[in-house]
Ligand binder design. Structure first.
Ligand code: SF4
Length: 395
């Protein structure tokens, strides 16, 4: 979606300096207002997840209606996904950290989609076996965040296709090529797998309703770059008899090398901290990370630094501050010049290394059972819904 504002945000391309206010206007999404945050806080027993409290989630579609319905007893399920092209980095965890919290606070079933087919179609240089293997590995990383296995299921596209395909067929009939072309910016040379894929990404939004034979609302926390997929889904939902999915959008965090988004597709792996990075690698990356600091210690003491443009502050903000008090202390110290970048980096480094080491243990613990959560099956003989192996958690 090229714009005059010189930034581009689509599910397949993010570039330029993103003006999020302008992006909200362009996409037609709503502000995540203090009133909505209060509603979540009250329902969550007085707490707010840091990703909500610190403004990383900033925009939504139909969140208010979803919360109102939940208050009236029509509870929602959560859905978010991952396109497996390599190891996960810390920014990939944003939607899943929030989902895990929402699952716990709202007792909501969680559906994770692993889009190994899509990554194979859109990413050059990856074999199908590689995207499949990364899919299983990424799934173990996501489950290691602490999702409740009784309330969590997985659509692993190449394995779950039997249970998904009849619904994907219904969706695909409603989406024409000119919509996909204009929403995603595809050219005539795009392979037809990517063109079909938006049907598959819509399936988890409707699948629990199809399975249960009743309308169940869906809430999708995701980066705002994924919004175009779900605009298409929302536009066709009611014509298929399903509720429009609600969305909660996050900003995209800057990479360690500057203003670019933290990405695995850039020209350097040093732009992000990957969950499988060794401690020495993490140390080197954080040492080299671009900050909002001044040219000299004297200047920084006198003028203070600028956290909003600092990739290290983004780490504190998104995940690594222990609590709000520590986050406020880092932010205040940064602005006032009391905290110097070297000390700040040493502190965050310890947090990141501790997290990665604990995460690796949790990942190994869940690896053996991860595949048991994958939905596999087909359609009932009367076509009234899917028939699958095992129990499906519903709200
Ligand atoms: S003190 Fe910390 S948060 Fe502030 S600019 Fe330096 S590294 Fe970034």
């Amino acid at each position: 979606m090229p714009t005059k504002e010189e930034f581009v945000v689509t599910p397949y391309e993010v570039k330029g300096h993103i003006d999020y206010q302008r992006l909200k206007e362009l996409f037609g999404t709503q502000d995540l207002t203090p009133a909505l945050l209060d509603q979540i806080r009250v329902r969550a027993g007085g707490e707010l997840h840091p990703l909500l409290a610190r403004g990383i989630y900033f925009s939504h579609r139909d969140l208010g209606e979803t919360l109102d319905r939940a208050a009236r007893g029509q509870r929602f399920f959560l859905y978010s996904g991952r396109g497996p092209s390599g190891p996960l980095h810390t920014s990939h965890l944003l939607p899943f950290d929030l989902c895990r919290w929402l699952q716990q606070k709202f007792d909501a079933p969680m559906y994770i989609q692993i889009t190994d087919d899509e990554k194979f179609w859109v990413r050059a240089g990856l074999t199908r076996e590689e995207t499949y293997r990364w899919g299983l590995d990424n799934l173990a990383d996501l489950l290691a965040l602490g999702f409740d296995p009784k309330r969590t299921r997985v659509f692993f596209d190449t394995r779950s296709i039997g249970a998904m395909y009849p619904l994907a067929v219904d969706v695909a009939k409603k989406v024409n090529f000119s919509t996909v072309k204009s929403v995603f910016g595809f050219s005539a040379s795009q392979n037809i797998g990517a063109i079909f894929y938006t049907a598959l990404q819509s399936v988890p939004c409707f699948w629990p309703s199809w399975y249960a034979g009743r309308a169940i609302p869906c809430l999708i926390p995701c980066g705002i770059d994924q919004d175009p997929h779900f605009r298409v889904t929302r536009d066709l939902a009611e014509s298929l008899g399903y509720p429009k999915p609600a969305l909660l959008h996050s900003v995209m965090l800057p990479g360690l090398l500057g203003e670019r988004v933290m990405s695995t597709t850039g020209d350097s792996k040093d732009n992000a901290i990957f969950l499988d990075d060794r401690p020495k690698e993490v140390e080197r990356k954080i040492k080299n990370a671009l900050t909002g600091g001044r040219a000299t210690v004297e200047e920084q003491r006198r003028l203070g630094a600028v956290p909003e443009i600092c990739s290290v502050w983004a780490l504190w903000r998104a995940k690594f501050a222990r609590d709000d008090a520590e986050f406020d202390e880092v932010t205040r110290g940064c602005r006032s010049g009391e905290l110097l970048c070297g000390d700040c980096k040493s502190r965050v480094l310890v947090r990141v290394q501790d997290f990665l080491s604990e995460h690796a243990k949790r990942k190994e613990a869940v690896r053996a059972t991860a595949e048991s959560l994958i939905i596999e099956g087909g359609e009932r003989s009367d076509g009234s819904g899917p028939v699958v192996r095992g129990e499906i958690p519903l709200p």
